[in-house]
Design a protein around this ligand. Structure first.
Ligand SMILES: [Zn+2]
Length: 205
């Protein structure tokens, strides 16, 4: 069990009953009363930098940690309790600082990265981060760098497959509309010149 756990056991959760009980027990002892009030004050939120204690936290004496089970009254533990809290706050604060510094670094790098050059239909540039060494983002690179090779058209079946590939390419935007139009004309011409055979069924005399 850690020192903090031990102390937490010794200082039960604050409740209305407990406060009243403690107050009556400590009645007439101004020192203990003020310590109790201090303990019952909620800790300031870490998010507000103005509320964070900026002095270095007090060092924790290992002997005092070892002596926690011997603490006989609430008042005796208050100083150690505050010192532990301040040290925990410092560690948590440093973690948060490291996280924010890293985030700032990532944001800076993202802002420096080259942006996609693709112009959308409304004339606005895409602006997503471009692929390393490329002009476009992953999505638009497929559109701009698409390499469509015409399949061998030997019968109606392969012509149909070529039509389907073309339609898929245009709908997935891996083939531009203009390029698609040209390919469609080529396929239509190829279709007109097809011999009336189906290689899959074999040559029919
Ligand atoms: Zn893009």
């Amino acid at each position: 069990m850690s020192a903090v756990d031990l102390l937490a056991k010794r200082i039960p959760p604050k409740s209305a009953n407990h406060s009243a009980e403690s107050a009556s027990r400590c009645a007439g002892n101004p020192f203990q009363e003020s310590m109790l009030r201090l303990l019952q004050t909620p800790a300031p939120p870490l998010e507000d930098p103005d509320d964070i204690a900026i002095d270095p936290p007090p060092a924790i004496d290992p002997q005092k940690l070892a002596d926690i089970p011997k603490i006989g009254s609430l008042g005796e533990g208050v100083e150690l309790f505050q010192a532990l809290n301040r040290n925990i706050e410092l560690l948590e604060g440093l973690d948060e600082l490291r996280y924010r510094a890293q985030k700032l670094d990532y944001l800076k790098k993202a802002n420096e990265a080259k942006r996609c050059d693709h112009l959308k239909a409304n004339g606005v540039r895409c602006g997503s981060p471009a692929l390393a060494g490329k002009e476009h983002c992953f999505f638009h690179a497929q559109f701009h760098n698409a390499e469509y090779t015409l399949p061998l058209i030997e019968d109606k079946r392969t012509l149909q497959l070529a039509y389907m590939d073309l339609a898929k390419g245009v709908s997935m935007k891996t083939i531009s509309i203009d390029h698609g139009r040209l390919l469609l004309q080529i396929l239509q011409s190829a279709g007109k010149n097809l011999p009336d055979i189906d290689w899959q069924d074999g040559y029919q005399e």
